[in-house]
Design a protein around this ligand. Sequence first.
Ligand SMILES: NC(=O)c1ccc[n+]([C@@H]2O[C@H](COP(=O)([O-])OP(=O)(O)OC[C@H]3O[C@@H](n4cnc5c(N)ncnc54)[C@H](OP(=O)(O)O)[C@@H]3O)[C@@H](O)[C@H]2O)c1
Length: 257
Amino acid sequence: MKKILILGGTTEARQLAGILAARAAVTLSLAGRTESPVAQGVPVRSGGFGGAKGLATYLGEAGIDLLIDATHPYAARISANAAQAARMVRVPIFALRRPGWEPVEGDRWTDVDTVGDSVQALGPAPRRVFLALGRQEVAAFEAAPQHHYLIRSVDPVEPQLAVPDASYLLARGPFREPDERALLREQRIDVVVSKNSGGAATYGKIAAARALDIEVIMVRRPDLPDVPSAETVEALAAIVNQFGVDHLVEPAAERGV
Ligand SMILES: NC(=O)c1ccc[n+]([C@@H]2O[C@H](COP(=O)([O-])OP(=O)(O)OC[C@H]3O[C@@H](n4cnc5c(N)ncnc54)[C@H](OP(=O)(O)O)[C@@H]3O)[C@@H](O)[C@H]2O)c1
């Protein structure tokens, strides 16, 4: 059986692993930052590899035939490492690149390049801010202690923010628009800071902000390496099929799906 390493941490990575595991030995790699990740259904390894070189060594030692980068669109470092490592050891690589959200009529987006820029974009006057960002990034908002922050994360933010007025919400998506609307209203939020994650699971807050005429400060996506890619799990599974490392995966029709 051919061996596939999927760099994951996303719902799509888990779904892709499930599809490909029928025909190949799939290992899913997680960064290891979430304390209790959801069950992945295939063998999992966890934690960094030690840069591109470490990943290249792993690919060689584990005898990986195909590398798939299905990480979060903001996980730019691991994506760059993956492209570099694949080149180093000549292992083919494909990426799953979920398309970003596009603004539609009624959206009030302010686009910024980095989380640091989003802190500035809040402005000097106190506001009620919903931070739907990774817990590693919220520390940047200590630079603007005049605002009230509502911070939602999968794992607790520790240490808590050194600001006088912050509240915390532990939750894991998907989040539905009506619930997001209720949350924004109850908490009297007047600005949302978000990454342009794409996909349906976290779009609820964007749609809710539009419905309530609330500004969204949207952190633009980082540049990612140029490797063969697809936008959906199904499309990437089809590419892996066509690529067929010694008929790595049979066509979907033959699997009866
Ligand atoms: N990773 C995700 O799937 C994910 C999910 C949700 C949100 N995000 C967001 O993406 C941004 C950056 O996240 P990040 O720190 O995970 O990515 P990153 O900055 O690209 O990665 C930093 C380091 O973490 C390790 N790493 C990351 N993903 C890995 C994986 N799948 N398997 C093994 N090691 C991995 C690598 O360490 P070594 O160099 O030692 O190999 C990598 O160099 C944050 O904004 C975060 O909130 C990421």
